[in-house]
Design a protein around this ligand. Structure first.
Ligand SMILES: *Cc1c(COP(=O)(O)O)cnc(C)c1O
Length: 477
């Protein structure tokens, strides 16, 4: 995997080494106010080649979708087409200034307007706001919209949000931040929402429900329309977590199934770069009840001119300027490149790839909810006595694959959540299957190998809790 030569020492600085020679300063000396001046700055002293090698080496330690298969369930780590980068890098976008004003930003506003319209059409919604910067940010904005709508109707007592036990952890967190309490709705034996439990929870304190569809078991909520109708009848609203839209684009429109407000992750379904804390986009779409409450401003078109407008009952801004504009350009380029038929093929092939992997692995790894899956499925990693999902995941790294999402969703013990996406070839999927089956054999024959994994990486198994709680960010004391 990592064939780069490691440097023998970590400290690369050497007294007197410089990367470039600056001319003698011709700026008059300025005396800094007392206390601001330092005699010496403890910066590394390195030559240019050492710096280039250092950063090149570091960059090669990164695992990325451009280097290897990344079956991280629920995250839709699909290929990010390079043409998106070309589009986002066009000088007209790249050099535009957020304070240029509407008159000088007609092109940018047109793109925003058309992307809003495309996403509304794809989801079957009335209106879209591109403001939120991530899926969780979209959820938070959406539940704030629900809260404002209920307050407008004088229904302050509706403070309870229903959340299925298969939901992403961000759902209850968004609710709590928006001032709602949450009530968990269990899943039935088929992996769908338990309708009896839902019915029992629908009282006059219900503000709404947050539904992920397909859910995090990779299963389609078959009764989605019925669920939406029941919640509406009880006076609540329906939030759709659209992070898993990769299974549905071009096939199913959530807005037509009774979802009132929903976020899409442009960095999942619409191929914009993902992870590393970079800029994302978790746009939200709303049907006619909640459209006036969308965060703004949103792009509008009046007599051939594009402009910005706050929706009537808007919850306000949730992001500076127009969101992460470069990401929006990438998503729009992707949608234009796919067209209607291409979008449908994304859903079809992502479902096909996931079912191919499921069928190839389920004789070795138990799949607790064995129904035909959508874009992902959840297997179990306890394939031999004393072997845990963590061991399987770590051993996969030795085989050159990014591990799947593990220990999530919580309703499957020893969960391994696998999502191949539509962009992988059959050869890649077969290589992954071969690695997974080899690991299942190793689990029986050489369990210690799995407990020690990974063994091919610069560092072995880390104490992840310790690393997260007490990160050591400097190598010097
Ligand atoms: C990824 C994901 C989210 C959160 O999206 P972020 O962009 O990571 O904030 C929410 N729900 C589900 C089901 C997800 O997979």
């Amino acid at each position: 995997m990592n064939t780069t030569q490691e440097p023998l020492i970590f400290e690369l600085s050497g007294e007197g080494r410089v990367g470039c020679a600056l001319p003698k300063s011709d700026v008059p000396h300025y005396q800094l106010p007392a206390g601001l001046e330092r005699d010496a700055l403890d910066l590394p002293q390195v030559d240019e080649l050492t710096v280039v090698r250092h950063y090149s080496r570091l960059s090669q330690k990164n695992y990325s979708i451009d280097t290897n298969f990344y079956p991280l369930g629920s995250c839709t780590m699909k290929y990010n087409p390079k043409v998106n980068e070309t589009a986002a890098g066009l000088p007209g976008w790249r050099l535009s200034h957020p304070l240029a004003g509407e008159k000088y930003s007609q092109g940018s506003l047109e793109l925003i307007y058309k992307l809003q319209a495309s996403l509304a059409e794809i989801g079957g919604f009335k209106a879209v706001s591109l403001q939120p910067a991530a899926g969780a940010h979209g959820e938070f904005s959406g539940v704030l919209m629900i809260r404002k709508y209920l307050l407008d109707r004088g229904e302050a007592k509706r403070t309870k949000m229903l959340i299925p036990d298969s939901a992403h952890g961000t759902n209850p967190a968004s609710c709590a931040m928006a001032g709602f309490e949450t009530q968990t709705i269990p899943s039935g034996p088929d992996g769908n929402i338990d309708m009896k439990a839902l019915k029992a929870a629908l009282d006059d304190r219900v503000a709404g429900i947050m539904i992920t569809n397909p859910n995090t078991l990779g299963l389609f909520e078959k009764k989605i329309e019925k669920i939406a109708a029941m919640v509406h009848k009880a006076g609540g609203l329906v939030y759709g977590d659209g992070a898993n839209m990769n299974a549905l684009v071009g096939v199913f429109k959530p807005g037509e199934a009774g979802i009132d407000v929903m976020h899409f992750n442009l960095h999942k379904t619409f191929s914009t770069p993902h992870g590393g804390g970079g800029p994302g986009a978790g746009m939200i779409a709303a049907g006619k009840t909640l459209a006036p409450y969308l965060p703004g401003p949103v792009a509008v078109k009046n007599r051939g001119q594009y402009g910005l407008q706050m929706p009537d009952r808007s919850i306000g801004r949730v992001k500076s300027f127009l969101g992460n504009f470069g990401v929006l350009v990438r998503a729009y380029a992707y949608i234009l490149m796919q067209g209607k038929d291409g979008l449908r093929r994304i859903a079809e092939n992502s479902v096909l790839n996931a079912n191919y992997l499921k069928a190839s692995l389920e004789h070795a790894y138990v799949v607790k909810y064995p129904h035909t899956c959508m874009h992902e499925f959840v297997a179990m990693g306890d394939v031999a006595p004393g072997i845990h999902t963590l061991d399987i995941a770590k051993r996969l790294i030795d085989y050159g694959f990014h591990p799947p999402t593990i220990y999530f969703p919580l309703i499957v013990p020893e969960a391994l959540m696998i999502e191949p996406t539509e962009t992988e070839s059959k050869e890649t999927l077969d290589a992954f299957v071969e690695a997974m089956l080899a690991i299942a054999r190793e689990a029986v024959e050489q369990p210690q190998l799995l407990h020690d994994a990974p063994v091919t990486t610069p560092v072995g198994r880390l104490d992840e809790v310790q690393a997260a709680r007490y990160p050591v960010l400097r190598y010097k004391a």
